[in-house]
Design a protein around this ligand. Structure first.
Ligand code: DQA
Length: 157
């Protein structure tokens, strides 16, 4: 079922996850671990709540929705994007164009080490646009990416 896309709410840091990441915790745990996306999001929310910044978290299985949400970052004041575009990392010129258009710094995240996996996962349409790439750290990769975003936003704290 494809429900209507809910507009992005104002936030300083947006954590955006792409297709199948709603299944974290049960999806191929040997690759992606046992932590759910909800657990990861709650942990990041708690960390950002200790600052004066606001975190937004969204997940979508649809490429066009991810593009629309990336476009909306500009109008709701997002200053830093944490992006796991999942399989679209390796295929989507549309998502590349969207992150290029907004000109907001972002970290590309992968839970698994994509370089230890199939060759088609070794290419990313996003890496050369990203400030940094985190991969293979499991759920902890999201925390490391958040550390980096907070460091970058120090002046706004
Ligand atoms: C992923 C790696 C991608 O290759 C894959 O398609 C995913 C998740 C990761 O987090 O390891 O869905 O981005």
């Amino acid at each position: 079922m494809h429900a209507e896309l809910k507009a992005l709410e104002p936030c300083d840091i947006l954590l955006l996850n792409g297709p199948n990441l709603n299944l974290l915790g049960t999806r191929e745990p040997s690759l992606y671990g046992s932590e759910t996306l909800q657990t990861i999001e709650s942990r990041l929310f708690a960390r950002v709540a200790e600052t004066s910044l606001r975190l937004g978290c969204r997940q979508s299985n649809f490429e066009g929705e991810l593009v629309t949400l990336i476009q909306q970052t500009k109008t709701v004041g997002v200053k830093f994007l944490l992006l796991n575009a999942a399989a679209y990392t390796h295929t989507s010129i549309a998502i590349r164009d969207a992150v290029s258009a907004i000109n907001i710094p972002f970290v590309e995240i992968h839970v698994s080490n994509v370089y230890k996996r199939e060759p088609f996962r070794h290419h990313s349409y996003l890496s050369d646009k990203a400030e940094a790439v985190v991969c293979g750290l499991g759920g902890m990769g999201y925390d490391v990416a958040l550390d980096f975003a907070l460091e970058n936003l120090k002046g706004d704290l």
